[in-house]
Write a protein that binds this ligand. Structure first.
Ligand SMILES: [Zn+2]
Length: 241
């Protein structure tokens, strides 16, 4: 008996298979599109108010200082801020906070915001394959901040601004808003205090700007009074996050 091959009945079988394959493909495409749009919508929903590059709807400017507290610098920065009657935000590392709890307490008691910048200051790539350690690093800093100030922080700034989807949703689930910046003072590159101050002032950060600065640079500390005075001359108002 002639087996069913693709000379005669085969065409029908091929057609059925082709139809099945096409149907599967269409279904898979629909599922894929649905999954993609579902993921996109979920991320958009979760992202609302979860990521900050600026202070939306605000006319003030938020200065942010990263990587402290640092023994002498922080005390001096706090003194300058007190003198100008300005409130800012500090994104601190837990390991530094452990060394200088008094400085973290002073930030908090003087009305500045204390945000979480991780316990260590490692790149995200250093945690690839071991994201549990990344989240432990955040929690460890969170516990130290809470033990000093009496309340946990809900603001997190990832070291180096390193962020991807593998950590974004879990960090949101931990209750954090992720704070980036839309104005880099470039104090990692401009090490002359006068030049740093004039660069920031002439760039005139707009309303709602979040300015990235570093607490551990001496040139930033030296430039700070002129930065604040210069921005004040431009009628800038400051706020904490
Ligand atoms: Zn940092």
């Amino acid at each position: 008996m002639k087996p069913l091959d693709y000379e005669e009945g085969g065409t029908a079988v091929q057609d059925v298979r082709k139809n099945d394959t096409n149907r599967d493909r269409r279904q898979s495409l629909r599922n894929n599109r649905f999954t993609k749009s579902f993921v996109k919508r979920t991320i958009q929903l979760l992202s609302v108010n979860r990521i900050m590059f600026s202070v939306p709807g605000s006319k003030c400017i938020a200065l942010t200082f990263d990587d402290g507290p640092v023994a002498e610098n922080t005390t001096k920065i706090l003194g300058i801020l007190r003198q100008f009657q300005i409130k800012t935000s500090f994104f601190i590392n837990g390991k530094n906070a452990e060394k200088h709890p008094d400085l973290v307490r002073a930030m908090h008691e003087e009305g500045h915001t204390v945000g979480n910048h991780g316990y260590n200051h490692y790149h995200l790539e250093d945690y690839k394959g071991n994201l549990v350690s990344y989240f432990d690093n955040i929690r460890r800093a969170e516990e130290i901040i809470a033990s000093i100030t009496g309340k946990r922080s809900f603001l997190y700034r990832p070291p180096y601004g390193n962020m991807d989807l593998s950590i974004f949703l879990p960090i949101c689930k931990m209750g954090y808003r992720i704070v980036f910046w839309n104005f880099d003072s470039n104090d990692s590159f401009i090490k002359n205090p006068a030049l740093l101050a004039s660069t920031i002032i002439s760039a005139a950060p707009g309303p709602g700007s979040i300015i990235l600065m570093h607490e551990d640079y001496n040139h930033t500390l030296q430039a700070l009074p002129e930065i604040l005075a210069g921005l004040r001359r431009k009628k800038v108002r400051f706020c904490s996050l």
